[in-house]
Write a protein that binds this ligand. Structure first.
Ligand SMILES: [Zn+2]
Length: 164
């Protein structure tokens, strides 16, 4: 039995395939799982329209909260994953491989989303307009090296301190 990352990445608590955990067993007897899209078809979610430059300042500004919300939701999921990994064991990397894969996948998406924010900031500053991004989650503005145990533990500690 192998554990696979669900297409919803655990971001949908009502997901019928993974029930919000973000993982599903390939044994799962539902046919729809066989219809998972090929890797080449997987596209990062994007909030930027092709005609960004044709939009008004207000329309461009309106994209910002959507990106921020998505970053916050993904960050929350990352933090849940971090909390669910027993870092005090010696085999957690091997035992929780799927969790680290999911962490990395979400991280890649977050970095792509932040690049879109950069594009928006650049688009708006040409019209002499300054914009500030106020992220709603501790991890939303952080670039995370998912391969670094030390970095992950440091982030967890900092987050716990923040929550006190
Ligand atoms: Zn799912």
């Amino acid at each position: 039995m192998t554990v696979q990352i669900c297409s919803c990445e655990g971001l949908d608590p009502k997901c019928k395939k993974c029930f919000g955990s973000g993982y599903m067993n390939t044994e799962f007897p539902e046919k729809s799982i066989k219809a998972t899209p090929k890797k080449a078809n997987v596209k990062h979610e994007s909030f930027l329209p092709d005609d960004l430059h044709a939009l008004s300042k207000k329309e461009v500004e309106n994209i910002v909260p959507k990106i921020m919300d998505s970053l916050d939701v993904k960050s929350k999921k990352q933090m849940q994953l971090l909390h669910s990994i027993p870092f005090n064991t010696t085999t957690f990397r091997r035992d929780f491989k799927a969790k680290f894969e999911l962490l990395q996948k979400i991280e890649d998406e977050k970095q792509a989303l932040r690049k879109e924010l950069d594009v928006i900031a650049a688009a708006l500053s040409t019209s002499k307009y300054s914009i500030e991004f106020n992220f709603g989650h501790f991890l939303s503005d952080k670039v995370i090296d998912v391969t670094s145990n030390r970095e992950l533990k440091t982030l967890l500690r900092a987050y716990k301190k923040l929550k006190k």
